[in-house]
Write a protein that binds this ligand. Structure first.
Ligand code: GAP
Length: 572
């Protein structure tokens, strides 16, 4: 019996949502094409994401190249550590994710095993490709980045970015200036990321080229518990699966964001705010709340840079709980790493409300004597003395690895009180990171339904009107007698309002409804002979299949309101 994944992918291929890429040459695993309807639906989901992050949050979108030079990924840690554990099946020669083989074979704890232990642990597991017992295999680390060289004949190594995030970190200084040197601020980016996944077999869930929508929010490290708009989500209630619950095999508990922060379940207000915003956003694009949970990473599962991390997981009938969004507190890890690698400052000057009086000890060298005595080393000694700890006898300084004792009569120690206007701090980063393709799959899977209409099986995509590619269909009952002209006028008036209205006059009206139901078009307007007499049309709701008669002139207010969700069909 086919499962919902097969039904969804079959519909997606047939109706132009998702296609295998370069199919005529034999599709390559891990790459997909979005067909005409899929590309439109994806764009609508991205635009809802933009509405939340750019319009509501005020974080401007930037666009960085998908290829970056090696130094960027040395600093980020991807060159050294962005790898999965791989083995090769000795029977069918297929390369496999060793931890996935372990999971499939009922071996737990693979994520924390070293390669030799994992190899021993999976020896008794079956190869998922050929079903033979693996036996003795080597497990090794496979770096997931696609590498390239930049420029013809060049030795300059580059990588396709494995996340959009790094572009926003390396642009930090310019972003800081753009936001007039004030924290908090954020930058967002929607674009392609690339990971050379080992044998991806999960359709749109695990791709080698995929779209991420990421926000990097730069905050003062001491203000992570004071999100300026926290009140918006303070009473937002949702189920949270904390790591304590996971350890005790207990179910998720419902909490408000205020309660979660106060009980230290979520690390701070910023993380809690974006957990709640993500919940609202996913429900807005059509994810059912009963198939959505927020799971905290276990300490040994967290990325090396994160102090707290929550995954929004969406339940799939085929794949179980699928990580779709990650919300992490990345601390100052990335900015410090890029500051060290690029030797540029990635800090912010925070001015105090009133300058602070600070007692400071200054060491003033006697340059005349120091210069004569130490000649070319004098300048380095002068600099080293600034941070030395002098005693009554003098101070020891280290220059070029050599410790030099400077007698006390060669410098003067002056204690003074100075006004300090502020301090340099390295911001912390809160990062909500969305996988758009996983959202698209989840939306399609959850929208897919079969029921009956007029005694026949009906396949329907119950997409929320906000993400449906075609928003309204317009049908003349007959393609003649002026009904076609009237339908054409209605279509073009709706199009002028920015609504994607599709005119269709081919085939019986029932078949036309079925075609639109299958691609998720939420509303259909039918122009019939009564339209000519009374100026009214019927408006049909995809889900209830009910129809109401309306004045043609009202469509231009009603249709946008139905799509936006400010009006419901039942109220008509
Ligand atoms: N900047 C943080 C980051 O990239 P991640 O958890 O590796 O974190 C974020 O990725 C999201 O990107 C995931 O939650 C998932 O939705 C999506 N994603 C990651 N790898 C993917 C893949 N191979 N195919 C499709 N989506 C993927």
């Amino acid at each position: 019996m086919s499962d919902v994944f097969e039904n969804v992918m079959d519909l997606a291929k047939r109706r132009g949502f998702i296609w295998p890429t370069s199919e005529c040459y034999g599709a390559v695993a891990g790459f997909i094409d979005y067909g005409p309807l899929g590309a439109m639906m994806k764009r609508r989901i991205e635009n809802i994401w933009r509405h939340f992050y750019v319009v509501q949050e005020g974080y401007y979108e930037i666009e960085c190249p998908t290829i970056a030079q090696e130094a960027v990924f040395i600093a980020s840690g991807h060159v050294k550590g962005f790898s999965d554990k791989m083995c090769q099946c000795p029977h069918c020669k297929e390369y496999l994710r060793a931890d996935h083989v372990a999971d499939g074979g009922g071996v737990s704890g693979a994520a924390t095993m070293d390669n030799a232990t994992l190899a021993a642990a999976i020896a008794g597991c079956k190869c998922p490709a050929c079903d033979e017992v693996l036996g003795c295999v080597d497990v090794y680390n496979f770096n997931l980045m696609f590498s390239t060289t930049i420029g013809p004949g060049s030795q300059r190594v580059g990588y396709l970015r494995p996340e959009t995030a790094q572009g926003m970190f390396v642009d930090f200084s310019r972003l800081l200036r753009f936001y007039r040197d004030k924290l908090p601020f954020g930058a967002v980016q929607i674009g392609k990321s690339y990971r050379n996944e080992i044998s991806p077999r999960q359709g749109m869930i695990r791709l080698r080229e995929f779209t991420q929508a990421e926000a990097e929010i730069f905050v003062h490290p001491l203000e992570k518990n004071h999100h300026p708009a926290f009140a918006r989500y303070a009473n937002y209630r949702m189920p949270l699966l904390t790591y304590t619950h996971q350890h005790k095999c207990e179910p998720a508990v419902e909490m408000t964001m205020r309660e979660a922060v106060d009980a230290n379940v979520i690390a701070n207000e910023y993380v809690a705010y974006y957990v709640a915003l993500t919940h609202e956003l996913l429900v807005t694009v059509g994810i059912r709340p009963d198939r959505l949970r927020f799971r905290q990473h276990l300490p040994d599962e967290r990325a090396h840079y994160a102090t707290d991390c929550w995954d929004a997981e969406v339940y799939s009938e085929r794949f179980g709980w699928v990580e779709t969004v990650g919300i992490a507190d990345r601390t100052d890890y990335d900015l410090n790493a890029h500051a060290a690698q690029s030797k540029t400052s990635m800090s912010v000057f925070i001015q105090y409300d009133t300058p602070k009086k600070v007692q400071r000890r200054r060491i003033i060298p006697n340059m005349g004597v120091l210069g004569k005595q130490y000649r070319q080393k004098a300048k380095a000694i002068f600099t080293a003395l600034e941070t030395a700890t002098p005693t009554a006898e003098g101070a020891d300084v280290t220059v070029d690895g050599e410790t030099i004792h400077i007698p006390a009569d060669l410098f003067e120690v002056r204690d003074e009180v100075v006004d300090v206007r502020g301090e340099e701090i390295v911001p912390h980063v809160i990062e909500p990171s969305y996988g758009i393709d996983r959202m698209c799959y989840a939306v399609l899977e959850q929208a897919y339904a079969e029921d009956t209409a007029d005694g026949e099986k009906r396949v329907v995509l119950r997409l929320t009107p906000k993400v449906a590619p075609v928003q309204v269909a317009v049908f003349p009952l007959m393609a003649r007698d002026g009904l076609d002209t009237l339908s054409g006028e209605i279509t073009s008036n709706l199009q002028k309002q920015g609504i994607l209205a599709e005119y269709d006059d081919s085939g019986a009206i029932g078949r036309r409804y079925r075609r639109q139901d299958e691609i998720g078009t939420p509303f259909a307007v039918t122009v019939d002979y009564e339209t000519k007499e009374t100026g009214t049309v019927t408006l049909r709701d995809r889900d209830s299949m009910k129809q109401v008669r309306l004045n043609t002139g009202d469509l231009q207010q009603i249709i946008p309101a139905l799509i936006e969700g400010s009006m419901h069909f039942a109220a008509l």
